[in-house]
Design a protein around this ligand. Structure first.
Ligand code: ADP
Ligand code: ADP
Length: 225
């Protein structure tokens, strides 16, 4: 089965009020196992809403969300939270690393929260940091790292618990163009290496071209590019 399957997702904000907005009007989207799908959307098109629904942070009004073949529609908060913690990794434009902790600890902590033994969590974290080229920066706090390094650490944190599905919203959007291209290639490399499925939103058509498939969110629906 697909890693992510969204079927006829609808979402309206402020229903029945003068400022009602039909953000998603029947979104159909799948991400196959091992597939990297690019999502292009004009600002305000509902990209964040869509990613939050796909990542079980938000509920659609109607429609079905399946992750790793499991129908999450109608599941309770507990089941949804468990699936999100273990099955989904998030990357945002800003790194959101914990400032008081080292790069290494930022990658270890989500694993401890997931009951991974400390020794194993540390090895996994170090291995990930080395793979993305920041092994030598492991003992630094985020503030001591460059923007590109911070994002690399954020990638490792997102992948720490071996999620099947990665959701990324402009993962290199706050980096200068040269660093962005470089760090994006690092992300693609580790996503492939880990065999992940990914849905990656970007405004950057050059980056989108590196993905397996690109779709566009337009007028509340998915259209091929
Ligand atoms: P994007 O990420 O593509 O910029 P969003 O999903 O953030 O789009 O928002 C899509 C539309 O829905 C926008 O018009 C936004 O103002 C509106 N919107 C988003 N979240 C809410 C909310 N919680 N309440 C009301 N309107 C919202
Ligand atoms: P922005 O709209 O500035 O891009 P983010 O996309 O970083 O903001 O976050 C959007 C919302 O999702 C925030 O309200 C944040 O609290 C929530 N959020 C982000 N990541 C997680 C997560 N892993 N678990 C729960 N909530 C999250």
């Amino acid at each position: 089965s697909d890693m992510l399957s969204l079927n006829q997702i609808r979402k309206t904000y402020n229903a029945g009020k003068p400022n009602e907005v039909d953000v998603l009007r029947g979104v159909d989207l799948t991400v196959a196992r091992g597939e990297i799908v690019g999502l292009i959307a004009p600002s305000g098109a509902g990209k964040s809403t869509l990613l939050h629904i796909a990542g079980l942070l938000d509920l659609p009004d109607t429609g079905t969300v399946r992750i790793n073949g499991q129908d999450m529609t109608g599941q309770g908060d507990k089941t949804r939270t468990a699936m999100r913690r273990a099955g989904v990794g998030f990357i945002y434009q800003f790194h959101h690393l914990l400032p008081e902790f080292t790069a290494l600890d930022n990658v270890i902590l989500p694993q401890l929260a997931n009951a991974v033994p400390e020794r194993e969590a540390r090895d996994r974290a170090m291995n990930l940091l080395e793979k993305v080229g920041v092994g030598k920066r492991a003992s630094h706090r985020p503030s001591a790292l460059s923007g590109g390094e911070q994002q690399r650490v954020a990638f490792c944190r997102a992948l720490a618990n071996k999620p099947g599905l990665l959701l990324a919203d402009e993962p290199t959007g706050n980096l200068d163009p040269t660093t962005s291209a470089l760090v994006f290639d690092v992300l693609m490399g580790i996503v492939r290496d880990e065999g992940l499925s990914a849905l990656i939103a970007t405004h950057n058509l050059e980056l989108a071209a590196k993905m397996d498939r690109v779709v566009r969110l337009e007028d509340g629906q998915i259209v091929p590019v």
